[in-house]
Design a binder for this molecule. Structure first.
Ligand code: MN
Length: 279
């Protein structure tokens, strides 16, 4: 726990590389864009281009409460984020083989996305659960992906050390005919252990809050009808989070009103400026 907290407090110093200047091929992100309506979703469309040179590719893990809770594991490669949905989330225990379903590549600027997707594909709450850089231990990344055996190192806030993604047979297939099912496994090293990282460190590495905090920043009442998850575990979780977010929003508004009344308008404005600068 202490170790994780120490890592978290060091997060601000984690440097993140940028997308290479070369343009993406037209078919990159086609599946990603086809699934989304960027008029109604706050998710990045991937149209933005940054020109800074890459130093080290980044990785991120987004905890995503949609119809089911899962963790989206993403590795930057060739200007996009290769993506896998991991229902149980990553485990530091090498004995755990975590199912990871390969999903569509995401745009590079998705890597620090956190927020509420009000409707449509992936509707729900997205939390930036971990981020950092990654390094392939397989000499040729494309060949390793083709073969279905990618070894790599992570240097994140919560996840570190050596890992492997191995493709298994069966299940749904991608357009190239390959199985979408992979396993995410921690290699035995100094960063392996039995600590349940998803339970011990459940919160955001960006806002440092939980799902309710993220929703409270937005509109807790957003899903008055057509909640992304109604039944089951995710449905129950979402109901609680919506209630909690509404409470926190009311509390926060009351606090802000009280404070600015006491301190006067000028001070309130200053605080707001400091807050914005810290973001
Ligand atoms: Mn997802």
């Amino acid at each position: 726990m202490c170790c994780i907290l120490a890592l978290c407090s060091g997060f601000r110093s984690v440097t993140i590389g940028c997308m290479p200047a070369k343009a993406l091929p037209a078919k990159a992100l086609k599946e990603y864009r086809a699934k989304r309506d960027f008029q109604s979703s706050p998710e990045p469309s991937g149209a933005q281009k940054t020109k800074k040179k890459v130093k080290q590719p980044i990785f991120c893990v987004q905890k995503h409460l949609a119809s089911h809770l899962h963790y989206d594991f993403r590795l930057e490669h060739n200007g996009v984020l290769l993506s896998w949905a991991v229902p149980k989330g990553p485990s530091l225990n090498p004995a755990d083989k975590r199912l990871a379903m390969r999903v569509e590549d995401h745009p590079r600027d998705y890597a620090d996305f956190e927020g509420v997707i009000p409707e449509g594909y992936g509707a729900g709450i997205v939390m930036l659960w971990d981020t950092g850089t990654w390094e392939s231990e397989s000499p040729d990344i494309d060949r390793a992906l083709e073969k279905g055996d990618l070894k790599f190192k992570l240097d994140g806030v919560k996840l570190k050390g050596s890992w492997v993604l191995v493709r298994t047979g069966g299940g749904p297939r991608s357009s190239n005919g390959q199985s979408r099912s992979w396993l995410l496994i921690k290699h035995r090293d100094a960063w392996a252990g039995e600590v349940k990282v998803t339970e011990v460190a459940p919160d955001s590495v960006k806002s440092f809050g939980d799902f309710a905090d993220i929703l409270a920043q937005d509109t807790p009442a957003i899903w008055q009808s057509h909640r992304p998850a109604e039944g089951g575990e995710a449905g129950a979780m979402l109901r609680e989070i919506i209630e909690e977010a509404a409470k926190r929003k009311v509390q926060r508004n009351a606090k802000t009103a009280k404070k600015s009344k006491r301190a006067g308008n000028a001070k309130g404005k200053k605080r707001q400026r400091v807050k914005t600068a810290a973001r």
